[in-house]
Design a protein around this ligand. Sequence first.
Ligand SMILES: *[C@@H]1O[C@H](CO)[C@@H](O)[C@H](O)[C@H]1NC(C)=O
Ligand SMILES: *[C@@H]1O[C@H](CO)[C@@H](O)[C@H](O)[C@H]1NC(C)=O
Ligand SMILES: *[C@@H]1O[C@H](CO)[C@@H](O)[C@H](O)[C@H]1NC(C)=O
Length: 350
Amino acid sequence: MSPSSQMWLGLLAGLSQLRQVSSTPFIIPFLEERQAFTVPAFVSTYAPLVWLYSGEKYFPSDIRAQLDHTKPEVNFEVIPGYPTPLTLDNLDSLNADNGTQVYLTSVDDITTNPTWLNGVKPDSTGKTDGAVSVAIIVNDRGNGEVDAFYMYFYAFNWGGTFLGEDVDDHVGDWEHNMIRFVNGVPSQVWYSQHSFGEAFTYDCLEKQGVRPFTYSANGSHANYAITGEHDHTIPNFNLPGTGILTDYTDQGTLWDPLLNAYFYSFNADANTYKAYDSSYPTAWLKFVGKWGDEQYPNSDKRQHEVIPGISATAHYAGGPTGPEDKQLNRTEVCPTASGYVCDVRTSLTS
Ligand SMILES: *[C@@H]1O[C@H](CO)[C@@H](O)[C@H](O)[C@H]1NC(C)=O
Ligand SMILES: *[C@@H]1O[C@H](CO)[C@@H](O)[C@H](O)[C@H]1NC(C)=O
Ligand SMILES: *[C@@H]1O[C@H](CO)[C@@H](O)[C@H](O)[C@H]1NC(C)=O
C-alpha cells in the first residue's frame, strides 16, 4: 500500500468517525433544545374569538370524526379498496387516484338529520369539549412577516333560504380568519365569506382585550366583523333583482378556537406542514379532496333546484375542499381571486 493510499484510508476512516459522531443521539437533543419549535406567542395572544349565532344548529365539529361518518367516493361510487380505517394520518393516500374528485360522503341519509351533523356546542368556557374543531396554521414569510390561519371546521353547512326555499346545504364546512403579523404585531385580518370575504385593519375591529371578534353566520358560518343582517348573493351567480340571500350574526355562543385546536407551521417553498406537537396528525392537511358529499344530481329525490336549470340554486351543494386549498402563501391578506381587489377596510362601517 503506498503512503498516499494509506493517507486516503486514514482520511476516510476519520470521515466515517465524524459521521458516526454527528449521528449519535447525544448531539441531536442539544441542537433541538437550541432551536425550540413552539407556536409563536402572538399567534395565541391575538387569536380571534368566534361568536356563533344564537339560533345556530350546526356547531363546530371534530375534524377526525368526519371520517367516522363518511366513505370516500368518486363519481358517487365508493373507492374500491380504500385504506380502512381512514384516519387523519392516512387521508392523503386518497390523493393518488382522481384525488380532487374524492368526496367524503355521508354514510347516513343527511335528510334524516343525523346528530353528528350538529357538531359540539361550545361550553361555558368556549371549548368544543371532545372535538378538535380548529387547525391553526402558521406561515412565517420571513422579514418579520407571519401569517396565522385560524381554520374552523363544521360538519354541516345550512345555506339559508332563497325565495323561501332552502339552498346551498352541504356536508362539511371549512371557514377561516387569517391574521397577518408584522414583527409580532397584528396588522390586518381576513374574514372568509362564501366564495370570497372581507379584510380589515386589526385596529378597527371589535375585540375582547386584544382578541378580535369574528361573527359566524347562522348555518353558513361565513365570518363577519359585525353583528346584524348581511345580504349576499349566491356565489358566482348573478341573481335576478328580487333574489337575496341573507346571513345573520349576533352574540349567541362564544367559541374560543384556541381551546380545541391542532397547531402547525407551513413551509410554502417545500409545501410541507410540521406539527408543533408530535401528537397532532399532519397527513390530512395534504388531502386535496372534498370534506362532504358530492352535489346530488337532480335525479336524486333529495335534490331540488329553486330556479330549474341553475345548479347554484340547488338545495344541496357539494362539499368543500380543506385548508390546503385556501391559498396559504398569500401576497396580500386576501386570497387572490380573479375580478376581486384586496380592499383592506379601516372602518367597520365603510
Ligand atoms: C338559523 O338556522 C336554522 C337552521 O340551521 C334555521 O332553522 C333558522 O331559521 C335560521 N335563522 C335565521 C334567522 O335565519
Ligand atoms: C379514476 O378515474 C378514472 C376515469 O374516470 C377511472 O377509470 C379510475 O378507475 C379512477 N380511479 C379510482 C381509484 O377511482
Ligand atoms: C410565496 O409568496 C411569495 C410572495 O408573497 C413568493 O415570493 C414565493 O415565491 C411564494 N412561494 C411559493 C412556494 O409559491
